[in-house]
Design a protein around this ligand. Structure first.
Ligand SMILES: *Cc1c(COP(=O)(O)O)cnc(C)c1O
Length: 386
């Protein structure tokens, strides 16, 4: 085929652009954005190599350290939560390293897959969906599995609505192997649920902007302990974009990034952290705990069953078993089309079997009530007798 034979691509005929609908978005991320943050994000661009951007990073970085509860530098990347998972793996391990992956749902599985994709030797400790990782079981298995270089944990498993007891799990790992690297996926928990990186002796912790931080998707935040930084210096996995050394160097030299950051999202994060500090960490945790309890109680009162072990039910997302005879998709479509309420389906083998309500980041009691009232109404419309 010659160049002359090639056809020009015609102007595409696409659907007309409509306004973004006003919805009660109750999925576990992205979450709605407060008006003051939306306003901040609409500001004009600035030079990411200029003093105005550095001024933002000088505020944002120590405030993130406070929410992580760490003295380690918190590095930020343009990425979603999965980027955090990959960033954690590539910066501390080497090909063939033996790591233990503690899996309680879909996001734990994803973290293990990333480790496998990078040539790590992964041993899995799996628990049924809806259960938390039992520290005693993990302790026993670790002794059989040893030696290992690291342990991959999920703090809040968004696919099942379960929160692991990370402090107990980290203690178990540390007792078994003082040098192990403890990697914690805190994407849907940090900023909303108690998690203390330094006091709990965690090595790598990461989170994503669209979960508990009241800003859109696009910023991933990650911090590493001194143990993890030492491992980083030795680690041989290939990396460039996610390399911690270049990010840290640029942050320490100029309060900037090695590549162009999502500037508008940093306008938002700057305001979000200000709002979060005004509310107070303990108050944020308390209002998420209240929301979790409230949603679970209302759901149970409707005659519905929860997926999560009640001892470990998440205060950022609730997974509800779809009652017999009801199609999850029909329920979610009705809620979206008729009530402008958006809930999440299950993931992987739980797709169609559960639906999930997010209660993290920015929400009001009215948002939760409206969603729960509509679930009740639409379930009965679909024939639910509960
Ligand atoms: C949302 C989430 C992720 C990553 O998802 P992205 O879609 O890449 O942002 C990873 N882990 C957990 C626990 C999550 O909730």
């Amino acid at each position: 085929m010659t160049i002359q034979d090639r056809k020009a691509i015609p102007i595409p005929q696409v659907e007309e652009r409509l306004p973004i609908p006003k919805q009660n978005l109750r999925v576990p991320g992205p979450t709605p954005i407060p008006p003051e943050i939306m306003e901040a994000q609409a500001a004009q661009m600035i030079n990411h190599r200029g003093p105005e951007f550095s001024a933002i990073m000088k505020r944002v970085t120590p405030r993130l350290q406070y929410f992580f509860q760490t003295t380690a530098p918190v590095l930020t990347y343009p990425a979603s939560g999965t980027g955090g998972q990959e960033c954690a793996v590539v910066n501390v391990f080497s090909p063939g390293d033996h790591v233990v992956s503690v899996i309680i749902g879909n996001f734990g599985t994803r973290l293990a897959k990333i480790a496998e994709a990078y040539g790590l030797n992964v041993t899995k400790i799996e628990f049924p969906w809806g259960q938390a990782a039992d520290p005693d079981v993990v302790a026993n298995r670790l002794q059989q599995i040893a030696p290992y270089r690291g342990v991959l944990l999920t703090h809040n498993e968004t696919s099942t609505g379960v929160t692991n007891d990370i402090q107990s799990l980290a203690t178990v790992v540390r007792n078994d192997n003082p040098d192990a690297l403890i990697v914690v996926d805190a994407v849907s928990s940090l900023g909303s649920l108690p998690l203390e990186m330094d006091p709990w002796d965690l090595d790598v912790v990461f989170t994503g902007s669209q979960k508990g931080w009241m800003i859109p998707p696009g910023i991933m935040m990650i911090a590493a302990s001194e143990r993890a930084w030492a491992a980083h210096k030795q680690s041989k996995l290939p990396r460039f974009y996610f390399d911690w050394s270049s990010a840290r160097k640029q942050l320490e030299a100029s309060w900037q990034h090695p590549t162009t950051p999502p500037v508008s999202l940093f306008y938002g994060l700057d305001v979000a952290l200000e709002m979060m500090l005004k509310e107070g960490r303990a108050n944020i945790f308390a209002h998420h705990a209240q929301a979790g309890e409230y949603v679970r109680n209302r759901v149970k009162a409707l005659g519905l069953k929860l997926l999560a072990d009640p001892r470990y039910a998440s205060n950022t997302v609730t997974a509800i078993l779809t009652p017999e005879g009801i199609e999850t998709k029909a329920l979610l479509t009705k809620l979206r089309k008729e009530d402008n309420i958006v809930l999440a389906d299950g993931q992987d083998h739980m797709k169609g079997k559960i639906f999930r309500i997010g209660h993290l980041g920015y929400f009001t009691q009215e948002d939760l009530d409206e969603a729960l009232n509509a679930v009740e109404h639409r379930l009965h419309e679909l024939g639910f007798q509960g």
